[in-house]
Design a protein around this ligand. Structure first.
Ligand code: SAM
Ligand code: SF4
Length: 334
């Protein structure tokens, strides 16, 4: 599948739930959250059907996300089924990490069970190492759990564990070095991510927004000038650099300030209620659930739908153009 701008689509991010055990300020609205009714959310079987058709059309990489994917019941079963889909060669999960060390019925950690179910890469969100700042940012006092989850993932022996840190002025600006040390000591691939106005435009104020270029300069002040490593690609828009003394690799994801951000985009997103979205930073979304639940519609119709959505994929996101948030990040699946 290829769009009008030469984006070849091989990557599907699948959100399995809009629910979460945390309440990150930039992801969830502050007001009382209205969760989707169970019937509105796609069943695992419906998601698997979309993925099977997608795989026939060139999707080879999947990332399961949410909300917090590990809060959905029987999620391990879903991963086991994903592993069986022909054509899917790379399965990852994005998680806040707090449930990775939860012990399953058969005595394994959730991290180990994910590994055994064929998950290759785990992305854990961790914005701060300060317990108070963590509680303030996520609305939950779960820093210890997140770190225990990261340790469980390390014990499970994943091919790669990435840490995603959202940059926030006045919140984690002063501890970026500590986060770099944390990642280096544990052999985790750290990426810094600029805030995006997905759920609220308030995140882009002087008060909150910290550009990735500025974060890089802050780090270089102590660590020396970074060496660009453009050859490192992780299927996403991060720019990678090497820290001179230690050789540590750091990624910077600058949706707001990097004007080439969308050039290599290879993604589609499936929301948990069955909307197929061609771009995170655009309000375009197309309802697949209607097709999936219509007994007259076949897999060929699902395939046609994929092509129609790819056909409408925009050249680039609209975040820089006074974008007004629509659906919240938690309901899209970051
Ligand atoms: N709950 C999981 C987690 O936190 O990793 C998966 C879902 S979460 C929506 C996926 C990613 O989106 C997280 O790394 C989170 O930090 C990021 N995210 C959420 N809202 C964001 C925003 N407004 N700007 C930038 N990143 C955001
Ligand atoms: Fe939950 Fe992840 Fe959103 Fe935080 S970023 S509220 S952990 S879904």
């Amino acid at each position: 599948m290829e769009d009008h701008y030469g984006h070849r689509i091989s990557y599907l991010r699948v959100s399995v739930t809009d629910r979460c055990n945390e309440r990150c300020q930039y992801c969830m609205p502050q007001e009382e959250q209205e969760w989707l009714a169970r019937d509105d959310v796609l069943s695992y079987e419906e998601m698997l059907r979309v993925i099977r058709v997608g795989a026939r059309m060139g999707i080879s990489k999947l990332r399961v996300t949410g909300g917090e994917p590990l809060t959905r019941r029987n999620i391990l079963w879903f991963f086991e089924e994903l592993q069986k889909v022909e054509g899917i060669t790379d399965i990852g999960i994005s998680t806040n990490g707090t449930l990775l060390d939860r012990v399953t019925e058969d005595g394994r950690t959730t991290a180990q069970a994910l590994k055994d179910a064929g998950v290759r890469t785990v992305n854990v969100s961790l914005d701060t190492l300060n317990p108070e700042a963590y509680a303030q940012t996520t609305g939950r006092d779960y820093l210890d759990r997140a770190i225990a989850g990261i340790d469980a993932a390390r014990d499970a022996g994943f091919e790669r564990i990435k840490i995603n840190t959202v940059l926030m002025r006045h919140k984690n600006e002063h501890e970026l070095w500590d986060i770099v040390d944390f990642a280096r000591e544990r052999d985790l691939l750290l990426r810094f991510i600029e805030l995006m106005p997905v759920s609220t435009t308030q995140v882009l104020t002087e008060e909150n927004f910290l550009a990735s270029g500025e974060a890089k300069k802050i780090l270089e002040y102590r660590l020396g000038d970074f060496i660009p490593r453009p050859e490192i690609r992780t299927n996403g828009p991060a720019s990678y650099y090497e820290v001179p003394e230690t050789g540590q690799i750091l990624g910077f994801i600058g949706a707001m300030t990097n004007f080439h951000f969308c050039e290599t985009c290879n993604k589609l997103r499936l929301t948990c209620e069955g909307k197929l979205r061609p771009c995170l930073g655009s309000h375009l979304e197309f309802d697949m659930r209607e097709i999936l639940r219509n007994p007259d519609m076949t897999d060929e119709d699902v395939a046609k739908f994929f092509l129609e959505v790819v056909d409408r994929k925009p050249e680039q996101h609209e975040f820089r153009e006074n974008y007004q948030p629509g659906r919240k990040m938690i309901a899209i699946g970051g």
